[in-house]
Unconditional design. Sequence first.
Length: 87
Amino acid sequence: MPDERMVDGRAWLTVGEAARVAGVHRYTVYGWITRGRLKMLPTDDGTHRIAAADLERLLAARRAAAAVGVRVDTLLHWGDEGPAVVD
């Protein structure tokens, strides 16, 4: 990539940068990637990039979930259709 910070007009962060922005350990960021909460862009040099906008959305969801006292998973999937409950 000629400019590793910008791809298709979007800002991208390294895992370390994303961890610093979020105030968490790098392994937490990898966990978010593994669980599908963040998408990553592999690069030719073996590193990974995370879209800054995606990280901000996740952090906003985490703040909102904390404000209302629910797990972030609950908030992220609010309104998703779940299994039908039959009494």
